[in-house]
Design a protein around this ligand. Sequence first.
Ligand code: NDP
Length: 286
Amino acid sequence: MTARIIDGKLLSNAIKEEVAQRVATLKTNGLTPGLAVVLVGEDPASSVYVRNKAAACEKAGLHSEVIRLQADITETALLDVVRGLNANPRIHGILVQLPLPAHLDAAKVIETIAADKDVDGFHISNAGLLMTGQPLFRPCTPYGIMKMLESEGVALRGAEAVVVGASNIVGKPMAMLLLAAGATVTICNSKTRDLPAQTRRADVLVVATGRPEMITGDMVKPGAVVIDVGINRLPDGRLTGDVEFASASQVASAITPVPGGVGPMTIAMLLVNTLEAAERSAGLRV
Ligand code: NDP
């Protein structure tokens, strides 16, 4: 079998276009959705992500601000910046680019973001709302993956879904969204005893570990849908996922490429979350 490629670029472009239309309508009513992205330090990968997010905002007609802060900023000063954005009426979404330098407590910084501007969906109250089945903001990466599965017509009700990776920003919220869609969900982590036995059961396999090409074709159930969240830069400069594409694509029925799969969807859903935050601030949505 040769898997169908799930084109995240194409789907994300369609979503971004729809966002642009909704933004244009809001603007005629005097409301421009605004996103603030806070970048601490000069991590090259983070700088690229932030630049891409700002560019996507501008293209869709949103207002965007990038706040660049020195790597040695104190936690108190950073929290003051966040509080200032909480109070800024032009800003509807706030995103603090992770990872933060080690001397800063990321959890504390995220808890300081106003929950109704937390477009990443990482605030503890948004995580709780997701957990209890009443999400306000769905974290962008898992949200984008749900959109991909929906656009592919993947039946999740009763399906075996296996999520490899259990981070707060990808694995756990992914599992919650799949569960809410009626899948039977298994979450694996680095301590999982027999990982291939778990992954081979999956009708839908989502991999988010940051371990280049760790999932090989022999770990994939024939006909499975494989979603590769990983973005890894190899020593030779090549970008690769957490799935070995060459072998997995011979077994799966559909698979996301890296790059061009999950990555572009994450940015599209950030725009959706910011737009919806703005709509909510104006009482146009609950
Ligand atoms: P984290 O490092 O926070 O979490 C990795 C998770 O994978 C942990 O739960 C860890 O287990 C688990 N893990 C690590 N090794 C193994 C293993 N050998 N077997 C099973 N599980 C394992 O990573 P993130 O969730 O932040 O990111 C994961 C990947 O996704 C990265 O490559 C990142 O770059 C990418 N990413 C891509 C995005 C996109 O938009 N496409 C967005 C966000 C991330 P344990 O809990 O036991 O430590």
